[in-house]
Design a protein around this ligand. Structure first.
Ligand code: NDP
Length: 287
C-alpha cells in the first residue's frame, strides 16, 4: 500500500515557517495578498476563503475585492492597475474562472509580474523556460508539487517522469520544473497513442487532465510515485481526482490523496510566492 504524500501537513508546516519569518522581519510591514473575485461561483468562493485562512495562518494580510459577475472587463483591468501601483499590496490574484466576457489572458497580462503570485504572467513563465527559477515567481501548482516531492525526499534527478496533461499553468510548467531538476520527461495529452506504454515506464507520474479517475492501477508499474492534480466532486459530494486512488494506491510507493494532496500545496505556494515577492521588494529598497 502506498505512502500518502500529505499536502495538508506540509502546507501547515510552511505556514508556520512563513509566519515566523514575517514576525521576525516584517512585523511592521507585513506582506499583503489581494484576491479579486468576480461573480458568485460557489467553488471559487470556497477557494478564496481557503486563501484568506491560509494568509491568516502565515501572518500575511489579506483582502478580497468582490466584483459583480456583470462587471466590465475594463473595470477589472482598472482594479488590477490600481493594485499594481499600490505600495501596500505585495501579491495580486484574480480568481479563475472568469465570466465569458472577461479575457483571462488580458487579466494575467495586466498584473505586474512582480505581484503575480499565481505565477501565470508570461514573464514568470518565460523565466521558468530559461531555467532562472530563483529570479521569478513560479506557477503555484507545479511549485507545490516540487515541494511535496522534495519534502518527502523523493529523488527527481535521473528519474523517468510521465506527465499527463499539457496546460500552460500545470502540465507544461511542471514538465519544465522537473526537467530543470534533471528528470527525463514525457508529456502525454489527448493525442497521445497508447498512454499506458509511457505510464508503465514512469518512476513518477503527474496527472492533470480534468478527467475523473482516468488513471487506474493496471496502467502503472509497481513502486511508482503518483501525483494527482485533478479535483472532481462525486454526486454524493465527496471529492476525487484524475487518478483512481483505490486501485493505483495498491501499486504505488507514494500517492497524493484528493483532497489533501496537491490542493493545499497550491495554496501554500501562493503564500510562499507572496513572501518571496515581499522579500524582493524590500531587498530592492535597501540596496
Ligand atoms: P486543462 O483542461 O487546461 O488541460 C487538460 C489537459 O489534459 C490537456 O492538455 C488535455 O490534452 C489533457 N487531456 C484531457 N483528456 C485527456 C486524456 N483522455 N488523455 C490524455 N490527456 C488528456 O486542465 P488543467 O491543467 O488546468 O487542470 C487539470 C485538472 O487539475 C482539473 O481537474 C483542474 O480542476 C485541476 N487543477 C487542480 C489544481 C489544484 O490545486 N489541485 C490546480 C489547477 C488545476 P490536450 O492539450 O490535447 O487537449
Amino acid at each position: 500500500m502506498a505512502q500518502i504524500l500529505d499536502g495538508k501537513k506540509i502546507s501547515e508546516k510552511i505556514y508556520t515557517e512563513i509566519s515566523e519569518i514575517v514576525q521576525k522581519k516584517y512585523a511592521q510591514n507585513p506582506p499583503k495578498l489581494v484576491v479579486i473575485l468576480v461573480g458568485d461561483d460557489p467553488a471559487s468562493a470556497v477557494y478564496v476563503s481557503n486563501k484568506e485562512k491560509s494568509c491568516h495562518k502565515a501572518g500575511i494580510l489579506s483582502q478580497t475585492i468582490r466584483l459583480s459577475k456583470n462587471v466590465s472587463e475594463e473595470e477589472v483591468l482598472k482594479t488590477i492597475t490600481t493594485l499594481n501601483i499600490d505600495e501596500s499590496v505585495t501579491g495580486i490574484i484574480v480568481q479563475l474562472p472568469l465570466p465569458k466576457h472577461i479575457s483571462p489572458e488580458k487579466v494575467i497580462m495586466t498584473i505586474d509580474p512582480q505581484k503575480d503570485v499565481d505565477g501565470f504572467h508570461p514573464e514568470n513563465l518565460g523565466n521558468l523556460y530559461l531555467s532562472k527559477e530563483t529570479e521569478f515567481l513560479p506557477p503555484a501548482t507545479p511549485a507545490g508539487i516540487i515541494t511535496l516531492l522534495e519534502e518527502n525526499t523523493i529523488e527527481i534527478a535521473g528519474k523517468n517522469v510521465a506527465i499527463v496533461g499539457r496546460s500552460n499553468n500545470v502540465g507544461k510548467a511542471i514538465s519544465l520544473m522537473l526537467l530543470n531538476r534533471n528528470a527525463t520527461i514525457t508529456v502525454c495529452h489527448s493525442y497521445t497513442q497508447n498512454i499506458d506504454h509511457f505510464l508503465k515506464n514512469a518512476d513518477i507520474i503527474v496527472v492533470a487532465t480534468g478527467k475523473k479517475q482516468m488513471i487506474t492501477g493496471e496502467m502503472v508499474k509497481n513502486g511508482v510515485v503518483v501525483v494527482d492534480v485533478g479535483i472532481h466532486r462525486h454526486e454524493n459530494g465527496t471529492l476525487c481526482g484524475d487518478v483512481d486512488f483505490e486501485s493505483v494506491s495498491l501499486k504505488a510507493s507514494y500517492i497524493t490523496p484528493v483532497p489533501g494532496g496537491v490542493g493545499p500545496m497550491t495554496v501554500a505556494s501562493l503564500i510562499k510566492n507572496t513572501l518571496r515577492a515581499h522579500e524582493k521588494k524590500w531587498k530592492s529598497r535597501i540596496f
